[in-house]
Design a protein around this ligand. Structure first.
Ligand code: FES
Length: 147
């Protein structure tokens, strides 16, 4: 049911872990299954993503999509990172089974949440970036979500 690329990224995830003193951190929950994803971005003074790491309490498809998404944003500038949508990630993985499409949203949303955090900390505006709906901040109670 999974493509070779999905299996590869699931079995050998790239960029798993965390970044201390990251420029931006985003944590999101998947409304459909309750799984959680956190992305850490290290962004330099030229707004280039120098490093990116992720952690997830999610399924195999979430691991694979996050792994691929981190590969796609690494080395890009923040504007280019905005173009890494869940669709782009799925294409890069040669597709996902329809029931697993929602899993790929976690990576996109977590990247956006981390970019939002970075933008807030630096007082900048990133075109097309909206305040994340489901950002969960460390130490805060997880909000009740309406499904
Ligand atoms: Fe929850 Fe895939 S089932 S992220």
């Amino acid at each position: 049911m999974y493509t070779e690329k999905v299996m590869d990224h699931f079995q050998h995830p790239r960029n798993m872990g965390e970044i201390e003193n990251a420029s931006g951190v985003g944590t999101v929950g998947n409304a459909k299954c309750g799984d959680i994803m956190r992305i850490y971005l290290d962004i330099d003074e030229n707004q280039i993503i120098r490093d990116v790491k992720f952690k997830t309490f999610g399924c195999g498809a979430a691991v694979a999509t996050s792994s691929m998404a981190t590969e796609l944003v690494k080395g890009k500038n923040i504007k280019e990172a905005m173009e890494v949508t869940n669709k782009a990630v799925m294409e890069a993985l040669d597709g996902l089974p329809p029931v697993k499409v929602h899993c790929s949203l976690l990576a996109e949303e977590a990247i956006h949440a981390a970019l939002w955090d970075y933008a807030q900390k630096n007082g900048i505006k990133i075109e097309g970036l909206e305040k994340p709906k489901s950002d969960i901040h460390e130490g805060e109670e997880e909000e009740e979500e309406e499904y």
